[in-house]
Design a protein around this ligand. Structure first.
Ligand code: IPD
Length: 254
């Protein structure tokens, strides 16, 4: 792949970061508040910034974005965008959120950029070219047993998955070293890729939460199990690979 894909995705992520950092200084406008979820004006503004940069360079590519949905269905390339992952954290003033930009080529996940402007951490990866954090190569952890592992989890907003998640988290909690939840799926994946966490699982999330992170995990030497349901929702378990077989039977994977 040419550097133009990566450079443009990084530029788009930085553009969203600027919008979001500036936006958190003023009153946060709520578009929609639901049970366990919230949609903000800032989600839309950050998405417009990302889409503007990407479309300026790649006007013929398709886009699947959290706020505006699907634009185009037949291009070779499709950008998959979560402009503000961790919206609820942003809303509550918790500085743990990011933008996530993935790219699929004929359906295959080939590039990922995850930018956390609060920490100034730019994670990126391209298929076959390794994974990086602020220019330095990253790798998954070497932890080989669940008993030594830190596992990231999340309870997404969708009722359908709450019981399974609760059971899975309980099982894992009893066997692992630590359970953590940051409230931003893309950051969970980036943190597995760079070895801060050893695994992450969640049910009932969306492609825009995971495409970028999946590329990162694979390029950092980890393993991803993913199911895309008929309704488009995703079930994911990503790990350093070494603990994957021990983890899967515990997490109520279907
Ligand atoms: C959400 C976050 C959260 C996860 C939800 C996602 P959003 O994304 O990643 O951690 O539990 O399933 O939908 O709405 O903040 O972009």
């Amino acid at each position: 792949m040419t550097d133009l894909f990566l450079d443009t995705a990084i530029k788009a992520a930085r553009a969203a970061g600027d919008v979001l950092i500036e936006g958190r200084k003023s009153d946060i406008k709520v578009d929609q508040q639901m049970r366990r979820d919230v949609k903000l004006e800032m989600d839309r503004k950050a998405e417009a910034a990302i889409v503007g940069v990407l479309q300026g360079v790649f006007p013929d590519h398709d886009i699947l974005a959290e706020e505006s949905g699907l634009k185009g269905v037949d291009a070779e390339y499709q950008w998959v965008i979560d402009p503000l992952d961790g919206t609820y954290n942003f809303f509550r003033g918790i500085p743990i959120w990011c933008s996530s930009i993935g790219l699929r080529h004929n359906g295959e996940e080939v590039l990922g950029v995850i930018f956390d402007p609060c920490q100034n951490e730019m994670f990126y990866a391209q298929k076959g070219e390794g994974a990086y954090l602020n220019g330095r190569p990253i790798n998954v952890s070497n932890i080989a047993t669940l008993a030594e592992s830190t596992v990231a989890v999340a309870y997404g907003p969708c009722e359908l998955f709450l019981e399974r998640m609760r059971a899975g988290v309980n099982n894992v909690f009893m066997e692992c070293d630590k359970v953590r939840g940051l409230g931003a799926a893309a950051l969970h994946l980036a943190y597995v890729a760079c070895g801060r966490f050893d695994a992450f699982f969640e049910y009932g999330i969306w492609p825009w939460d995971v495409v970028a992170g999946n590329v990162m995990i694979r390029e950092a030497g980890g393993e991803v199990s993913m199911l895309i349901r008929e309704d488009g929702m995703v079930e994911i378990c990503a790990s350093n690979g070494r603990i994957h077989d021990e983890l899967m039977p515990l997490i109520e994977w279907e």
